[in-house]
Design a protein around this ligand. Sequence first.
Ligand code: NAP
Ligand code: MG
Length: 484
Amino acid sequence: MASTQLPADLKFGLYLNGEFVPAGDGGTFAVEDPATGEVLAEVANGTVEDAIRAVDAAHGALDSWAATPPRVRGEILRKAFEIMRERTEEIARLMVLENGKALPDARSESAYAAEFFRWYSEEAVRMSGEVVTAPNGGYKILVVRQPIGVSVLVTPWNFPAAMATRKIGPALAAGCSVILKPASDTPLTALLIAQILEDAGVPKGVVNVIPSRRSGPTVSAMLSDPRVRKISFTGSTEVGKQLLHKAADGILSASMELGGNAPFIVMEDADLDEAIAGAMVAKMRNAGEACTAANRFYVHAKVAEEFTKRLSVAMGALKIGPGIEVGTEVGPLINAPAVDKVEELVGLALGAGAEVRLGATRFGKRGYFYQPTVLGRVPYDAPILKEEIFGPVAPIVSFDAEDEVIAMANDTEFGLVSYLYTKDMKRGLRISESLESGMVGLNRGLVSDPAAPFGGVKQSGLGREGGHDGLLEFSESKYIATSW
Ligand code: NAP
Ligand code: MG
């Protein structure tokens, strides 16, 4: 029995070849509201056989979708953007229910997610190739871009809409058909997006959605199927590595958006008002449950105390509670293990000598809440500076010299995003170049934009999503040598 707060047209089956199919032998699994622990719906639990049926459907639809004029593909994506925009509030509320995030965060995500359909509706007609004369002058090098083929998309629970549209948008624009395996904590948003894409006119089989708690076997089976040519994954570095091993067996193209450990650097000449405002976004968007979340704050010794005080005041003023309640700014974390992990990291930091400036406790009698927390004087080797916190905790370390802070910022296997505040733009650009991350927020606490290439270096990933690069991830270059 599904909750009455869910959208009326939401279905709970597997979305296969343009139909919502009820669970077969795989049974169902429960989707919970993290604010209450209550069951929202029972969703079909896809099996290996279901996953292969999805590959059948995607493969069957591939040639005709690839041959569909780019303008037509673009117009379908444009329509999907418009429907998402009309349904922003419903999508946002659905995400609050299954993910827990505060309604303002959910509204922002819903709008951001829709923008990927708009951006890729415009990119669909820009899959340009090139023609050059060969260096010896004897012939032409003609390069065309072709859709890479059937693509498996695997997404995490922290941005249930945006991580799906960031992959589906470019894949469809490029002419690929897809199978989406959403996170099992948050499959409902993905199922609603499937309905929206159908309503926008996506032909059957082009998009398939397989919710499943059997993530390992279902995804592995698809990656072992020779009709699949691409895996695009967003999630933890640990699972990403396993999928890269799997992709190696079939020589599949792999795009990986993995974990982060973002440094947030405040130089002594930073505009502190802006740095605090940026820190609030970089740390507290989605209650800290973002791969781009500021994970470690490095603040110049001259301004560290003032920054710490002001950040504690700002974070302490946030209203914590169920995401759906009016005024809530910080919702619950995704599940019980997420709160346990935050508590453990904070405990280890305190044990190593860090001081509590705000919070450092759980919140509420039910649901998975953790208080916004600021820790001062965090020792350099505390695990909280090495691992993704994925919660509303800001550990602060002070530094004295530019070289020192660059070395600390780069001392991690991750390299997704770094944040840097300084009024001196010459210095800002110089430091930005030395930071080992795929993205830098220079005097900005938010980098995500559908028009920009999002992605990491080192163990934060391979490839880029968004921008023109995101389209090319779903294409293959074909070189035709010719003379005329
Ligand atoms: P996760 O455990 O790696 O799960 C991500 C997805 O992979 C889910 O759909 C999950 O399904 C599936 N999965 C789990 N084990 C699998 C396996 N053995 N084979 C195939 N698929 C498998 O990550 P998460 O805990 O959901 O998400 C948090 C992580 O995502 C963080 O590390 C965060 O930094 C990262 N993230 C990165 C970006 C980026 O763009 N770089 C963006 C957002 C999040 P189940 O849900 O069924 O387990
Ligand atoms: Mg997980």
